[in-house]
Write a protein that binds this ligand. Structure first.
Ligand code: BES
Ligand code: MN
Ligand code: ZN
Length: 504
């Protein structure tokens, strides 16, 4: 779908569908001057639908009007969609994104190719300015339009080819085009993350994931290093290697860097994503039911790599590093065994009580590496614990960390992108649950507070550096459509990572 702004008259525009936005103020529906002019051509149909309360202007309301015989009145669109924005004083960027996503989901089924959105409503930009409105609207269009059907012989759903924001003012047109670009960069990064998560295990190995990162670096000019088994062995990443032992497919340790502030190397942020390309549980094998979802256990890695695609285009004045320790977690005669003791990159020994608690092992070494390379701030993203869903459901991702400032900055970024994040405590009671009789720490912490004990484990490897951790086990994939998501991978929290880096 091509999205762009154009400054032409709606009366001169050949369009399959013209979308008119309606808002409300003090419970009264507001019609803009141009919409009134169009309604004249329709003999006042819109006004009468409003007065009959068939059209209310409520948030997300969509009313389709067929207008096939109006060309003698110089009006060419075959259909009009009246799109409700709700109360203009309650509008937010999150609502705009949600509304445009439901719009695109709806018009896909209408089999229209060229869609125009009349964008002249000046009262529209009271609560949300033109820039943010267009960015969010674009994001909703792209995210709501997503599907993963590349392996289906024919994809039946219709597709919009061209979506145009119409604005008669030429300056506005330029502004809109600029923010369509920004919205596209944010949304397309999240789409890349979705694609990677939805890709099945047999189609996305650690090497394939590394290849994606290499391609992004080549295209957008950031640096990349991909370490192999012998490299990480030499570095002493015993925790990461332990997880990879059972797999036939070789591990890859991916490190991308974008230098936005070359002069001050300490002005840096490290984004670390869990990169388990398939999590069978290893010798602590998972039950069969639903195991296919573990193709998405690299959702954190996908988000950080995808965020880098956007960051290297938006170029914030900060040095951003992305790390993903990629491997499968498989059972085999050579697999890590429950009870094993491994030595992490930072020298701490770990009792591997359960081989299915593998994500924290790979993160331990990735964080150790980042610290060694001079990380000032670390933010890790991981599909880490099923317990995250028990604690918060699939609408909110828990965040933990040792730096309240960092945590709040991430939460605020999530509020802007509509990817909700909420802090859970790292209390001293659950901390004790990782105690090991035989090693420095154990990779499990018992039944209570599963997400918290996992975070406590990671915190042990992040000591002395500003660090936060987001558990996206529940929010990374959805069973049903919601807002700007479609069932399957969400790409969360890619846009939040971008927003966070831009704001740092
Ligand atoms: N990848 C899983 C967590 C997960 C579960 C992600 C469901 C997405 C959906 C993780 O590696 C895991 O297996 N965690 C265990 C930890 C336990 C063994 C301590 C869990 O949550 O059960
Ligand atoms: Mn696991
Ligand atoms: Zn896992």
């Amino acid at each position: 779908m091509n999205i762009q702004a154009q400054s032409s008259d709606p009366f001169a525009t050949r369009s399959d569908l013209l979308v008119l936005m309606l808002s409300k103020r003090d419970k009264k529906v507001k019609i803009s001057p141009l919409t009134k002019k169009i309604d004249k051509v329709l003999d006042g149909l819109i006004a009468s639908l409003i007065s009959n309360s068939d059209i209310t202007g409520d948030e997300g309301e969509m009313s389709l009007i067929y207008t096939p015989n109006l060309s003698e009145k110089n009006f060419y669109p075959k259909k009009i969609m009246i799109l409700g924005l709700g109360d203009i004083n309650l509008l937010s960027t999150n609502k705009v994104r949600k509304i445009s996503a439901s719009l695109i989901k709806k018009i896909k089924s209408l089999k229209v190719k060229k869609v125009h959105l009349l964008n002249e409503n000046s009262i529209l930009y009271k609560k949300v300015n033109r820039e943010k409105f267009c960015q969010s609207f674009t994001e909703g269009l792209i995210l709501g339009n997503y599907n993963f059907n590349k392996y289906k012989e024919k994809n039946s759903s219709g597709s919009v080819e061209k979506f145009t924001f119409l604005d008669l003012d030429n300056e506005n047109k330029k502004t809109i085009n600029r923010y369509i670009k920004v919205g596209s960069i944010y949304a397309n990064a999240e789409i890349l993350a979705r694609d990677l998560v939805n890709e099945p295990g047999n189609m996305l190995s650690p090497s394939d994931l590394a290849q994606v990162a290499v391609k992004i670096s080549e295209k957008h000019g950031c640096k990349i290093r991909v370490l192999d088994y012998k490299d990480v062995k030499k570095l002493g990443m015993g925790a990461f290697i332990g997880v990879a032992k059972g797999s036939e497919r070789p591990l890859k340790f991916i490190h991308m860097s974008f230098e936005g502030d070359k002069g001050s190397p300490e002005n840096n942020i490290w984004l670390i994503g869990k990169g388990i390309t398939f999590d069978s549980g290893g010798i602590s094998l998972k039950p069969g039911f639903g195991m296919g979802k573990m193709k998405g256990d690299m959702g954190g890695g996908a988000a950080v790599i995808a965020a880098m695609e956007a960051i290297s285009q938006l170029k914030p004045k900060i040095n951003v590093n992305v790390v993903c320790a990629a491997t499968d977690n498989m059972p085999s005669g050579n697999a890590q065994m429950p009870g094993d003791i491994v030595k992490a990159y930072n020298g701490l020994t770990i009792e591997v009580d359960n081989t299915d608690a593998e994500g924290r092992l790979t993160l331990a070494d990735a964080i150790g590496y980042a610290k060694d390379k001079g990380a000032s701030k670390i933010l890790d993203i991981a599909t880490l614990t099923g317990a995250a869903r028990i604690a918060m459901g699939d609408g909110v991702s828990p965040i933990f960390g040792n730096d309240e400032n960092l945590i709040n900055t991430v939460i605020n970024a999530g509020n802007i992108t509509g990817e909700m994040i909420w802090q859970l405590p790292l209390d001293n009671v659950t901390k004790k649950q990782n105690f090991s009789m035989v090693a420095d720490i154990k990779n499990t912490g018992g039944r209570g507070g599963g997400s918290t004990t996992a975070a406590h484990f990671i915190s042990k490897f992040a000591e002395g550096v500003s660090w936060a951790h987001i558990d996206i086990a529940a929010t990374s994939m959805l069973d049903t459509d919601r807002d700007w998501y479609v069932a399957g991978a969400t790409g969360v929290p890619t846009r939040t990572l971008i927003e966070f880096c831009i704001n740092l």
